[in-house]
Design a protein around this ligand. Structure first.
Ligand SMILES: Nc1ncnc2c1ncn2[C@@H]1O[C@H](COP(=O)(O)OP(=O)(O)OP(=O)(O)O)[C@@H](O)[C@H]1O
Length: 271
């Protein structure tokens, strides 16, 4: 579904030239849930913005369903970390969710159905007439997810969406995303700096190097599909995978090359 080929991004301005992303190549199949992790500042947000057509790459290309991305592609939705800034405080929850639908030329009735379905899916059917500032941080992020869902995306891009919420809310939101992914078959690219979150959520994890960034490793998360915040996290395989990803990121920070050639296969680390 998604092909990132030789992606390069150089920021050039104010006398500074920063090569944020050097050469990124990877693919995401339709219906996959891929988590991207890497050292702080390695260009995860830059990559996501290029994939979502919000930034033009300096080199290489992003192909979505075979078409080159040159602007925000239809069928793609974003969820950002800063829910507080992505919702309009003067609009009620339902109006916030409906807003992007107004550009789609849908009837009022259809928009209403989509808003109700999306709020229902995130467990906020009762909050439709509230204002965002009357809700907790976790609930506001649910509204942002509902707004993305109402758009009926085929590709959902999530940029550290749970970084600002407390641990319990985060666990609930992780399970919400896994549930939506399994029920709706949406392809999800999820950026996080949290290794446990990447392994718990992902069907695959892509580890990025330090900036200027390349793909350091791709691995398949061979944990059972039905995940559970308690049982999955004490599974010895979960511990193996998180240790492996942690070591890869530490090595990336030191600039140590991978022990084996960078793989583009889904080969999991040795047991
Ligand atoms: N608009 C910009 N102009 C200039 N440099 C930028 C811009 N945006 C990002 N950068 C630089 O590009 C590099 C990658 O930034 P980016 O935000 O993509 O990384 P990140 O991995 O998402 O960071 P973090 O882990 O801290 O969220 C950093 O060195 C950053 O300073």
């Amino acid at each position: 579904m998604l092909d990132v080929r030789g992606l390069r991004k150089v920021y050039d301005g104010s006398g500074r030239r920063i090569e944020a992303v050097r050469d990124l190549t990877f693919s995401v199949a339709a219906g996959d849930l891929v988590c991207l992790v890497g050292p702080s500042g390695c260009g995860k947000t830059t990559l996501l913005k290029c994939v979502g057509g919000l930034l033009a790459p300096t080199g290489g290309e992003v192909l979505l369903e075979g078409r080159r991305v040159t602007g925000p592609p239809p069928g793609t939705a974003f969820v950002f970390q800063e829910y507080g800034r992505s919702l309009f405080p003067w609009m009620r929850v339902a109006a916030n969710v409906e807003l992007p639908l107004r550009q789609k030329g849908l009837s009022r009735r259809r928009r209403g159905e989509l808003v109700r379905d999306a709020l229902d899916a995130v467990g906020l059917a009762d909050a439709a007439q509230a204002y965002p500032w009357q809700l907790s941080g976790g609930m506001q992020q649910r509204v942002a997810i509902a707004r993305a869902l109402a758009h009926e995306p085929r590709l959902l891009l999530m940029d550290e969406p749970f970084a600002a919420v407390d641990a319990q809310t985060r666990a609930d939101l992780e399970d919400l995303v896994r549930g939506l992914w399994r029920e709706r078959g949406i392809t999800i690219l999820f950026v996080t700096h949290d290794i446990d979150e990447a392994v718990y959520l992902g069907r695959r994890v892509i580890v990025l190097s330090a900036s200027p960034t390349v793909v350091r490793e791709q691995l398949e998360v061979d944990l059972p599909d039905a995940r559970d915040q308690v049982r999955t996290r004490v599974d010895p395989r979960f511990a193996d995978l998180r240790t492996h990803v942690y070591e890869q990121i530490q090595a990336a920070k030191r600039g140590t090359p991978p022990a084996v050639e960078v793989t583009t296969s889904d080969t999991p680390p040795p047991r």
